[in-house]
Design a protein around this ligand. Structure first.
Ligand code: ACO
Length: 402
């Protein structure tokens, strides 16, 4: 009999860290989080300063290159991105293979992976120039692809990109223009969406980013890696939480029902959790949630939506939870997803598109992290080990003898 436990005793040190709560998978220069303080920095800059004062293109440049661009660098990067906003005519045919009632994230998982079949030059991941082009292609095409998923699901024709518009103005137009009526860009909404995208761009080694890095560590082509990230992001414990948070607020419906839901969230025999609350790293208010709450008010004001019942329920729920012993003891605070659903819904996005928008923004972080990984001289394939707890070695017994 082989003693399996002997293998571990003699194999040097093994660490078991389910959920990777205290294991760093890499070194990174990109994003810093102090969960106890509620701090989030992109390349050293606080997230709230970037969200208030910058825009998508500038922050994307910062995350990719490490520094804020000067005027020429900004203009050059903007040109590089807008150059790639179109998708191949054949690419559009993939959408027809989906049912109209498909979840747009299901479409995204499929079509983004399919980009691998169009750009064979980008498979040379060891060529820095090709890596750069692949990165620009993905950042540029993601809004086009996401808007097409939306249009397909609502049964309307695709809208081509307009390169004279800003990144978010163009995205809003591709989502909301209809044949009879071109979308008139609402600058306040575009600015708010810019903020929302900046808040979502990167968050160090979260589940989807780790997925992109792990997929990329085998040398897989970049489009396939991003498709893997999208699949991971879809889960309700990650990017799907904004959709789940809005559904929960709608289900609660009125302020008087809040205590019932708080009690459910505290009941250990009930799997229900308050969606949009809690975070693996933040044990304080998520700094993105504060900016998001402000953006939510700006959007509702711009659209002249007064006394939004969902916002009222959300604010009351937050107030009650923050004073509740259970949430205080477990350090559960609203996360970015708590207010993003209300904001995106007010902008006119269907709930099923929320995680898609998250994917558009997070693409920048995924790409920055993928590039950083490939540039690391110590880069090796990601290959976690395990602690085996199964059967000891045994001999095969023929079926008629069992
Ligand atoms: N409601 C009620 N209780 C909660 C919640 C919640 N939202 N979140 C955590 N808890 C409790 C757990 O039941 C657990 O209690 P226990 O100690 O009695 O077992 C304790 O707090 C710790 O929770 P864990 O699940 O161990 O924490 P973890 O770090 O693994 O999970 C997560 C973090 C997944 C975000 C969790 O807080 C959660 O499920 N929140 C709701 C979903 C959500 O909003 N996700 C978005 C995350 S942000 C993002 O992806 C952009």
């Amino acid at each position: 009999v082989v003693d399996i436990s002997k293998f571990y005793k003699e194999s040097g040190m093994f660490t078991l860290d389910p959920g990777f709560t205290s294991t760093a998978s890499c070194e990174s220069h990109i994003t810093f989080i102090d969960g106890d303080e509620g701090t989030l920095l992109y390349r050293g800059y606080p997230i709230d300063e970037l969200a208030e004062n910058s825009d998508f293109i500038e922050v994307a440049y910062l995350l990719l290159s490490g520094e804020l661009p000067d005027e020429d660098q900004y203009a050059g990067f903007k040109d590089d991105i807008t150059y790639h906003t179109m998708v191949h005519e054949h690419f559009k045919q993939f959408y027809d293979g989906f049912r109209r009632d498909a979840h747009p994230m299901a479409i995204m998982c499929g079509v983004v992976g399919a980009l691998s079949a169009f750009y064979h030059d980008s498979t040379d991941i060891h060529d820095p120039e090709q890596r750069k082009i692949a990165s620009h292609r993905m950042i540029a095409k993601m809004p086009t692809i996401a808007a097409m998923a939306h249009k397909y699901c609502v049964g309307q024709p695709f809208v081509s990109p307009r390169n004279e518009l800003s990144y978010t103005e163009n995205f809003l137009r591709m989502c909301f223009s209809v044949p009879a009526e071109d979308y008139e860009v609402n600058k306040t909404l575009a600015k708010a969406l810019d903020k929302i995208f900046i808040l979502h761009m990167d968050h160090e080694q979260n589940a989807s980013t780790s997925t992109v890095r792990l997929a990329g560590s085998s040398g897989a082509n970049p489009f396939a890696c991003i498709a893997a990230g999208i699949a991971c992001l879809w889960g309700p414990a990650h990017g799907g939480a904004n959709e789940a948070a809005l559904k929960m607020l709608q289900e609660i419906g009125t302020k008087d029902r809040i205590p019932e839901y708080i009690a459910k969230a505290k009941d250990k025999s009930d799997p229900f959790r308050l969606m949009g609350f809690g975070h693996r790293v933040y044990k304080n208010y998520d700094p993105r949630a504060q900016v998001m709450q402000k953006a939510c008010h700006e959007v509702l004001d711009a659209l002249d939506i007064k006394d939004d019942p969902l916002l009222e329920v959300a604010m009351e729920l937050e107030k009650i939870a923050l004073e509740d012993e259970y949430f205080i003891e477990k350090k559960l605070y609203p996360n970015i997803d708590f207010y993003s659903g209300i904001t995106l819904k007010a902008m006119g996005f269907p709930t099923s598109m929320f995680t898609v928008l998250f994917a558009v923004a997070r693409t920048v972080g995924w790409i920055a992290q993928w590039q950083e990984m490939l540039e690391d001289p110590n880069q090796r394939i990601g290959r976690p080990r395990q602690i085996y707890t199964g059967a000891a070695k045994r001999s095969f017994v023929a079926r008629d003898k069992r």
